[in-house]
Design a protein around this ligand. Structure first.
Ligand SMILES: Nc1nc2c(ncn2[C@@H]2O[C@H](COP(=O)(O)OP(=O)(O)OP(=O)(O)O)[C@@H](O)[C@H]2O)c(=O)[nH]1
Length: 328
């Protein structure tokens, strides 16, 4: 089988909330490109799949756990087999991992996938440039995840005064990778397509696949499906008051405002709250919390307090509008 009769499959990894979905959405807006996406989210409801919008040609969703921890890899194999079918004529398939995924395990799953037309297209590691700028050199150099990357996207450069220094430091820890900067995942798509082409012709480098020190920390998730609009008051309380150990909250919620309700996307990433109106689509309404070693009962109780169809007070609506303003 020649390279032309295969489709590159690119893994998109990075810690919780760094901007992987934003990158996928930015790439999906590339005019003329036919892109398939496999979205793996950690919660029982795949929030990210609901947020992947734009000119999506083909999508598959794997939820219920981190892709690299699932006992059965058939979900990924089946998705890749379907998306690499010649009739779809896709240029590339992106696999957006959950923030808890181990890049080494994910790249192994793709490289050794049973899908006959799937070929390895490289690993894109997304980094929060503001966070990276604050880490020590020892921490950065000790992080094996950069070593296997073909492309490193230093995202959120709007949140650091010194993007150039971050790019240089990333070049040191990811010597094999192309390093680019981005805001909201907006990169030059040709960089991604070049990387995907080159990965196919590269000699396989297994160094990052067998890292002895590569310990996978298992994240936990609590999901609460929402079947009715919620009050702005309890929603903003949830977003504003942190729960120890919860690194990430994301959700798609309808908020009751007067007699109507409006849909919003909410994010909390290490204390930063982001709220925006939901675009088009019929994404499932749910809240998901992800983290390490948190008290699941506390999170469930917090989610239950939100999942009540109650009115929003004028103060609650004002607090929600303030978050919307700050998120612009
Ligand atoms: N300021 C700023 N915020 C960003 C940028 N990119 C993404 N965000 C915000 O960061 C939050 C997380 O973005 P996502 O794209 O969902 O991140 P993710 O890596 O897919 O998240 P997980 O799948 O949960 O790991 C959202 O609130 C985004 O609006 C950026 O370049 N600058």
């Amino acid at each position: 089988m020649t390279a032309r009769s295969t489709v590159p499959v690119v893994a998109i990894t990075g810690p919780l909330g760094v901007g992987k979905t934003s990158l996928v959405n930015a790439l999906l807006r590339t005019p003329g490109a036919r892109i398939g996406v496999v979205v793996n989210d950690f919660g029982a409801v795949n929030i990210d799949a609901g947020l992947v919008v734009g000119q999506i040609d083909e999508a598959a969703s794997i939820s219920g756990g981190c892709i690299c921890c699932l006992d059965d890899t058939r979900g990924l194999d089946d998705a890749l087999e379907r998306l690499t079918d010649a009739r779809l004529a896709l240029d590339v398939v992106l696999v957006e991992a959950s923030g808890a995924a181990d890049p080494a395990v994910l790249s192994r799953l793709i490289r050794f996938s049973s899908a006959p037309r799937a070929r390895w297209g490289g690993l894109v590691e997304v980094v929060d440039a503001a966070w990276f700028g604050r880490t020590t050199e020892a921490q950065r150099l000790g992080d094996a995840r950069y070593r296997t990357a073909s492309l490193v996207v230093a995202n959120k450069t709007d949140r650091t005064p010194d993007a150039d220094r971050v790019l240089r430091a990333l070049g040191d820890v990811a010597p094999r990778a192309v390093v680019v900067q981005a805001v909201r995942g907006a990169i030059d798509p040709t960089v991604l397509f070049d990387v995907a082409e080159r990965a196919a012709s590269d000699e396989l480098d297994f160094s990052g696949l067998t890292e002895p020190e590569h310990v996978h920390h298992h994240a936990e998730a609590v999901t609460r499906e929402l079947h009715a609009p919620v009050s702005a008051d309890t929603l903003v309380d949830l977003l504003d008051i942190p729960v120890p150990g919860v690194a990430r909250i994301k959700g798609i919620v309808d908020v009751r405002i007067g007699n109507a309700s409006r849909p919003y996307v909410v994010h909390v990433v290490t204390g930063t709250v982001h709220v925006e109106p939901l675009g088009t689509g019929t994404a499932a309404r749910a809240l998901v919390a992800i983290g390490y070693g948190f008290d699941a009962e506390v999170v469930r109780a917090r989610f239950e307090s939100v999942a009540v169809d109650g009115p929003s007070s004028p103060a609650g609506v004002r607090r929600l509008r303030r978050l919307l303003r700050l998120s612009r």
